[in-house]
Design a protein around this ligand. Structure first.
Ligand code: HEC
Length: 189
């Protein structure tokens, strides 16, 4: 009898313990007990999720029509040349003719305008002749443009030149214009 108990203790007990541990094992990368608090799993849909309850079944919705960003600046001019003239009469460059403005204007000019308009604004940038020549900023017609007319051109584009409104904030457009004026002050090439 004692022998039997000894056998059970030496062989049976470890088997029982190992079996219990084996079936009771768990994945330690997963949470232990999940309480139904809904705090771990947010019910809010993620932007790319489908959303069956909405008419277009998409979680990510467009902003309602007419929504504007808080710093949006309305531009009340049409694309015609007459409208460009009107913008030229009504709009005033709000940036000062200061070294900081000219420095930023130069950087923006060299990034966005130089490829066509050229280093010195002569309409001979590296994209020419793959793209038609723009007029020199020192040509008679361009010298005669007011800041507002240039702003209109950068904002809405002009014939072959596309709009740069999505690349340059309004303030940056005015700064580029300040920089363009420095070519013109140097006079004719
Ligand atoms: C892809 C080439 C290209 C780029 C880049 C470009 N322009 Fe032009 N730009 C032109 C062409 C071409 C014209 C002439 C458009 C026409 O009259 O058909 C023009 C015309 C203009 C005019 C009007 C000139 C006039 O006499 O009426 C202004 C002002 C001007 N560009 C400013 C800029 C500024 C500022 C930038 C940079 C933000 C810029 N452009 C970038 C090609 C370009």
């Amino acid at each position: 009898m004692t022998r039997l108990l000894a056998w059970v203790g030496v062989v049976g007990l470890p088997i029982v313990v190992i079996t219990v541990l084996w079936f009771g094992r768990r994945d330690f990368t997963q949470p232990n007990v999940v309480l139904p608090t809904q705090m771990a799993e947010s019910p809010a849909p993620r932007p790319q999720d489908p959303e069956p309850d909405l008419p277009d079944h998409m979680a990510l919705q467009l902003a309602p029509e007419g929504t504007r960003s808080v710093d949006a600046q309305p531009f009340h001019y049409g694309p015609s040349l007459a409208e460009r003239k009107r913008a030229g009469r009504e709009l005033v460059n709000p940036t000062p003719d200061s070294p900081a403005v000219l420095k930023n204007g130069k950087r923006l000019y060299e990034t966005f305008c130089l490829p066509c308009h050229g280093v010195g604004g002569n309409g001979d940038g590296p994209l020419i002749p793959k793209f038609p020549n723009p007029p020199s900023f020192r040509s008679k017609q361009t010298m005669a443009l007011t800041d507002g007319e240039m702003f209109h051109t950068i904002t809405l584009g002009l014939r072959k030149m596309a709009s740069y409104a999505s690349q340059l904030e309004p303030k940056e457009r005015w700064e580029v214009i300040r920089y363009i004026r420095t070519f013109q002050k140097e006079g004719k090439p």
